[in-house]
Design a protein around this ligand. Sequence first.
Ligand code: GAP
Length: 457
Amino acid sequence: MTEPAPTKVDMEKIVSLSRRRGFIFPSSEIYGGLSSCWDYGPLGVELKRNVKEAWWRAMVQERDDVVGLDTSIIMHPQTWVASGHIKSFSDPLVECKNCHLRWRADEVSGNKCPSCGGELTEPRQFNLMFKTFMGPVEEEANVVYLRPETAQGIFVNFQNVLNTTRKKLPFGIAQIGKSFRNEITTGNFIFRSREFEQMESEFFVKPGTDEQWFHYWLEERLNWYLKLGIKRENLRLRQHTKAELAHYARDCYDIEYQFPMGWAELEGIANRGDFDLVQHAKYSGKSLDYFDEETKEHITPYIIEPSAGVDRSVLAFLCDAYDEEPDKDEIRVVLRLHPRLAPVKVAVLPLSRRENLVKVATEIYAELRRCWTVSYDDAQSIGRRYRRQDETGTPFCVTVDFQSLEDEQVTIRERDSMNQIRVPIAALRDTLAAKLEGEDLFVLPPDGKIWKEGKDG
Ligand code: GAP
């Protein structure tokens, strides 16, 4: 992490909003919480699912050259010998001789404890993998690990996927799932935790074409964040120095985001060469090569790996979307989330709880929720309800008022501009569908008169 970021949002605001509105809670909170573990609340789980869904669509479903996979978290222990994790997946750890707090040696300067100023021990390597036992007997022979990355499940299934899909190079295998790392230091909310989710794609290519594919994926991945609304000035690419490169990597760039605490890694894109397939072939004794029909040769593909964190992406999307603006005598807090990511797409708000209004509003609610995640809110003033929806990023509110009973029209109010238009109920679903797709269109009713523009209040 470098340079403090001059962004207007600070992490406390994000943590407080997340807690207050049910995005993210500390894990096991009634017991005092568990360090660096987090629970996603009702809105957080929707946001997180939408992030994963957007990644899966872009990385698997909209491509002919990538297939999906879902592998187990606990793998054969030899996996981690072959992958190099047993030997190399460690961080240098130092301990304070006075207060016994432990720190990552590369995150403290000098040999004084950042907490009490006590003297620190010499660094020793600390393996980050979580160990447990398979079966009832806790002995060395039964040791297994919780995976520290999802990638290895893909490598060990390379032949299975090749045989069952008959894919030709270049092609990729993608997976989303939980990973676990016994990080020495955690923090910055969900930025670094011990249990987190990854979205990884392993793209297998012919050696010699790896450079070109590496650059292709750098651009694709950067564009993914941009298309989902992250501001360009908050993203940058940073190439790893030779000293930083992981043991398997020939080259690597981080996509960094300007988080409130500074620029930090959001996603890594690595050229892993043939390291993984060669290692697993060696340790398993199984062939993991590919028969190139053009050259009639057996080759070991190179791998380009875009590897993103789900939780870090959620944090980046929250930070980037957070906005405050003056609103009369108050401050309007608004999450300007991309509609695809917004936890709730539409809120239906009857102006009052009068029976005839409720009837129309609940019918609209029932119809819209067949298409999207929709909420229904009839508590407090309409202004307050709009603000509640703004704060959780709902792109559109539909207000049913007394006039609706006469003209069969309702008001759509937009989160970002606060503009309001009136549309016939019959055209509401199609209008919202177009708006949620980002089209600035309104579906016209037969008489064409639907416009009633204006701002809140
Ligand atoms: N397979 C390659 C790999 O795992 P990595 O750079 O160690 O590479 C990839 O991790 C991504 O996973 C990171 O860019 C980050 O988004 C996420 N990640 C890694 N460690 C994390 C942690 N402790 N907490 C949250 N996210 C983490």
